[in-house]
Design a protein around this ligand. Structure first.
Ligand SMILES: NC(=O)c1ccc[n+]([C@@H]2O[C@H](COP(=O)([O-])OP(=O)(O)OC[C@H]3O[C@@H](n4cnc5c(N)ncnc54)[C@H](OP(=O)(O)O)[C@@H]3O)[C@@H](O)[C@H]2O)c1
Length: 291
């Protein structure tokens, strides 16, 4: 039996992971326990608090700890840096502290494509930090023991199954349905995956961990403007409710990276798992959104 503790299980990615892991857990003999702060889970509380975190880990004695905790509101991280560090570093620090005594335990840390900026598809070492969100996420990666941690830097979309967290495509779909005027950015470029694909890849990693930092994204990335227009046409809600603009022109918000494209070849070769193109991934949303 492999005991897996999922911290941040009730969020966007945690809900996709839960669905994928449920399909596999009896076949692979996984026992999964979950942690969330304000939603129902096996353990409910603040995992950045050592007393709570330690009591969960000591009771369950996990062999694998998956960390999905995040404050993904980039502007709030900039306004509340203490909170951002408390979560993005405090949770990995607590996991790391437990791993110091439990030498057979390893961690799967989910990180972000926001640690990149600049031309082209970036390799894992080409980090370029632009804001508190990405700095605190990078610090969280470094708080875990490198020889027993898999870090997956990723981004994702798709119809949320979490019940309380909306994805990027949920936001776009809602805007088209309600005729809300939106601004789409032509200078913000990324190569995310469908959240379900990220969850499937997490399940692959659990079965055959190779420690290190890996980019996990799609091929042939798009600007956020081209992404939303392609998605809206695909799901049949496209109409001219949007303005295409540059993200650098928006005042009063945290600085953001513009080009988050990730080179995913290290993950593909190490895990021997080919990754799809971004349009193939967007095509998976066609049956998820119905007008
Ligand atoms: N969302 C994105 O677009 C995106 C893009 C790139 C990378 N990522 C990364 O992907 C990972 C998952 O993100 P997500 O979007 O799934 O996040 P999310 O939806 O905000 O979920 C965060 C989870 O963490 C839990 N949590 C928050 N504070 C906690 C605490 N102090 N103690 C215990 N649990 C706590 C939340 O529980 P409650 O809800 O019960 O409070 C929730 O289950 C993160 O590492 C994030 O950086 C996300």
């Amino acid at each position: 039996m492999t005991k897996i503790l999922v911290v941040g299980s009730s969020g966007l990615l945690g809900s996709w992971f839960s669905e994928e892991a449920t399909k596999l857990k009896s076949k692979l003999n996984w026992t999964i326990k979950t942690v969330s702060k304000s939603h129902i889970a096996d353990y409910q509380g603040d995992f950045s608090d050592w007393t709570f975190a330690n009591s969960c880990m000591q009771e369950f004695k996990p062999a694998i700890i998956i960390n999905l905790v995040a404050l993904t509101d980039v502007d709030r991280c900039e306004r509340e840096p203490h909170e951002a560090y408390q979560l993005h570093m405090g949770v990995p620090e607590n996991i790391s502290r437990y791993m110091q005594t439990e030498k057979n335990c390893w961690a799967l840390q989910i990180s972000t494509d926001q640690v990149y900026d600049g031309e082209g598809y970036k390799k894992e070492e080409n980090v370029s930090i632009k804001n508190i969100y990405s700095l605190s996420k990078r610090a969280g990666e470094m708080a875990l023991p490198a020889d027993r941690t898999v870090v997956l830097r990723t981004n994702f979309f798709g119809r949320s199954v979490s019940g309380h967290r909306k994805s990027f495509t949920d936001w776009a779909y809602g805007a088209f349905l309600s005729n809300e005027r939106i601004t789409l950015f032509s200078d913000s470029i990324f190569n995310p995956l469908h959240g379900r694909t990220v969850a499937k890849m997490m399940c692959e990693v659990i079965q055959n961990p190779r420690f290190g930092i890996f980019n996990l994204g799609s091929h042939e990335g798009l600007s956020k403007a081209d992404f939303v227009i392609y998605f809206a046409k695909l799901v049949g809600v496209h109409k001219e409710i949007y303005t295409v603009s540059k993200s650098v022109s928006v005042p009063d918000r945290a600085r953001r990276p513009l080009n988050m494209l990730m080179d995913v070849s290290k993950f593909e070769t190490t895990y021997n798992l080919p990754l799809p193109s971004l349009k193939e991934e967007i095509n998976k949303t066609k049956d998820e959104y119905h007008v």
